[in-house]
Design a protein around this ligand. Sequence first.
Ligand SMILES: [Zn+2]
Length: 253
Amino acid sequence: MGAQTDHAVVLRLSDYSETSQIATLFAQRGGKLRLIAKGLRRSTRKRFAVGLDLLEYGVVRYVRARGDAGLGTLAEWTQLDAFLGLRRALLRQYGAFYAVELTDRLTEEYDPHPELFDALVELLRGLATDEPPALPDGRPGTPAALIVRFQAALLRAIGFAPVLRQCVDCGKPRVRDTAAYFSSTAGGLLCRECQQRHREKRRLSPRLLDLPAQAQAPEDWFPLLDYHIRHIAGTAARTAKRLSTLIAQTRQR
Ligand SMILES: [Zn+2]
């Protein structure tokens, strides 16, 4: 099979042998790729022999693995954007690590998700700039809001977008100012009656669901969507706890 060219983001880098490394990339058309990069490793672990860095965006030339899994071969990497601005604040950096870790864990190799790729690049670009653009719904584009937007895009892409307007069990629309529960296993909102039949659930503040979209606070949404993602992934993202604290600190009072 010949070499293919694609746009990609570097999700993970790891050592393979004395002389080669494995790069996990998320490619626009190809989906997640695990590629072996041959050549002498540099002494520093952070930088890759072929010159790629974690979190950067570029053009990859690679040869696919023979089967549906296994290692392909990295032939060439051309960096387009290293998103250097991510290093200017911990919140931005952790947000980026959170996004690439979850993209890696929740997608399959060679399973393309172009919409998730776009969301990931948009997030990294937004986190790297000092003045992130406003969100499409009019909310200001703060780092925390961008991260929550990515969580929602990730859930949509993998088919786990939570149902939040009505009870997932009985279908009754949500009633304002009443207690509501969220169950990840059930896939969304549960009304007061239905929640009794579910063991896995957490209580939601009416504030979270009843506020108009433009007033919704990312520091309230992040923990809920992260709770759902954690259930789907099986364990929490390594940066989730720290990121949650950093996002909570952005609450405006
Ligand atoms: Zn119900």
